[in-house]
Write a protein that binds this ligand. Structure first.
Ligand SMILES: Nc1nc2c(ncn2[C@@H]2O[C@H](COP(=O)(O)OP(=O)(O)OP(=O)(O)O)[C@@H](O)[C@H]2O)c(=O)[nH]1
Length: 407
């Protein structure tokens, strides 16, 4: 994720060929998809505007090419008008690749320019040469508005220049200086047009990369937030939920079950753990805590939530369990620790590590959770007092019923 942001930062510096902002290869598809609609729209607009000017300047034909007016009007209204409408229809209704659309649109503009150049070769009027320069104005407008790739711009510009050179060569006015004018005009017009095209394209790319970087940073922050909240909910020693994580998980479980569901809380405490630490050392005590925590989490199963309240005290919550099942469930918790067979030679209860379990069962809607905890704690206290390594169940719906089972 960090590498992703760095890659985008590097791309934004625009160290590509001639300061070009290069899109990283993996994002080229997304960039093309994002800018395609805009580029297609630009093509339609260039045809529409080009056609508008082409028809509007018909009025000037009586002055520019007085001897070829009818041919000029035929070009404008009988060829370019229907063709322009057909290209517009095609751009909007026929699905084809952007490149094909760009080439066809360039072809349309080139034809318009070539027909004017043809008039230059046919007309004896010196005014006809005005079409040569009008063609360059059109070229500049096309290059800036069509958002074309640079290679296509170059092809378009060179073709326009050659067409004009031919028109001058075959025109009635044979002035060699006109070819130089043509070349100079081409250079002077194409240079800024290319620069404007490049600048606009770079801005498009920068805009895309900035949005991508923003998205990537948002994803990065969300991931870090998730990781932090996961860590904040975990007990670092045992890898099961800590008090905070347990409460959050229980709250979400309680939100999912109906008001009639039963909720069981089991408080679990390791017996004589101080003696275990004193005998085997604190590091061994930590290892035992980890093993007990994992055993309890496993025994709690997919329906139970296990957490470490602190020290050698654990808690398990189960929602949607019946009063018939709870005794077996609690016994399973207790037995899971004894089955670990962690030697505890100083324990007066058993020769292995054992736990005492205090359980309470309550109705979800009547359950005041802190009260349930207190009651489970009181049941645990009774289990300790009764000799440890046993389960004491305090059943809230039937307060007098109390079951006791020892290992
Ligand atoms: N190794 C280790 N020991 C811990 C940790 N947290 C608490 N303890 C120890 O757990 C022991 C708890 O002792 P007590 O509260 O007297 O309880 P106990 O010895 O288990 O006696 P009963 O609960 O009455 O059976 C203390 O010695 C604490 O130092 C821990 O993270 N690691």
């Amino acid at each position: 994720m960090q590498e992703e942001a760095t890659e985008l930062d590097r791309a934004l510096e625009g160290r590509g060929w001639l300061g070009r902002v290069a899109i990283p290869p993996g994002r080229m598809g997304a960039f093309a998809a994002q800018t395609q609609a805009m580029r297609r729209h630009a093509l339609s607009m260039s045809v529409l505007i080009g056609l508008g000017f082409y028809l509007a300047f018909a009025a000037g034909d009586w002055f520019t090419v007085p001897d070829q007016v009818w041919l000029a009007l035929t070009f404008r209204f009988a060829i370019m008008l229907p063709l322009g409408l057909a290209v517009l229809y095609w751009l909007h209704h026929v699905r084809s690749s952007l490149m094909v659309q760009q080439v066809v649109t360039c072809g349309f503009h080139l034809l318009a320019v070539s027909l004017l150049a043809f008039l230059v070769t046919r007309s004896d009027s010196a005014n006809a040469l005005g079409f040569v320069f009008a063609s360059y104005a059109a070229l500049m407008a096309m290059v800036i508005s069509m958002a074309l790739p640079v290679r296509l711009v170059m092809v378009l510009a060179i073709t326009v220049m050659l067409v004009q050179a031919l028109a001058i060569a075959f025109g009635p006015i044979q002035l060699p200086i006109l070819q130089l004018h043509n070349l100079m005009t081409a250079i002077v017009i194409v240079g800024p047009a290319l620069f404007a095209n490049r600048t606009l394209e770079n801005e498009r790319r920068r805009h895309f990369l900035l949005i991508e970087r923003e998205e990537s940073r948002k994803r990065q922050l969300a991931e870090q937030r998730d990781m932090l909240s996961r860590l904040a909910a975990l007990d670092p020693l045992t890898d099961i939920a800590n008090r905070r994580g347990f409460h959050a998980a229980l709250a979400s479980d309680l939100g999912r079950v109906g008001p009639d569901a039963l909720v069981a809380i089991a408080m679990v405490d390791i017996d004589h753990f101080k003696l275990y630490n004193d005998h085997y050392g604190h590091a061994a005590g930590d290892r035992a805590l980890r093993r007990v925590a994992q055993a309890l989490a496993e025994a709690a199963g997919p329906v139970g939530r296990a957490g470490r309240l602190g020290g050698e005290e654990f808690i398990i919550a189960v929602t949607g369990i019946s009063s018939e099942e709870i005794e077996l469930y609690a016994e399973r918790l207790r037995a899971s620790v004894q089955r670990l067979a962690l030697a505890h030679c100083d324990s007066s209860t058993a020769d292995v590590v054992t736990v005492s379990v205090g359980v309470v069962l309550g109705l979800r809607d009547r359950a005041d959770i802190p009260t349930l905890f207190e009651t489970a704690d009181a049941a645990l206290y009774r289990a300790k007092a009764a000799g440890r390594n046993r389960v004491v169940i305090h059943d809230l719906p039937r307060p007098n019923a109390e079951a006791c089972r020892t290992g």
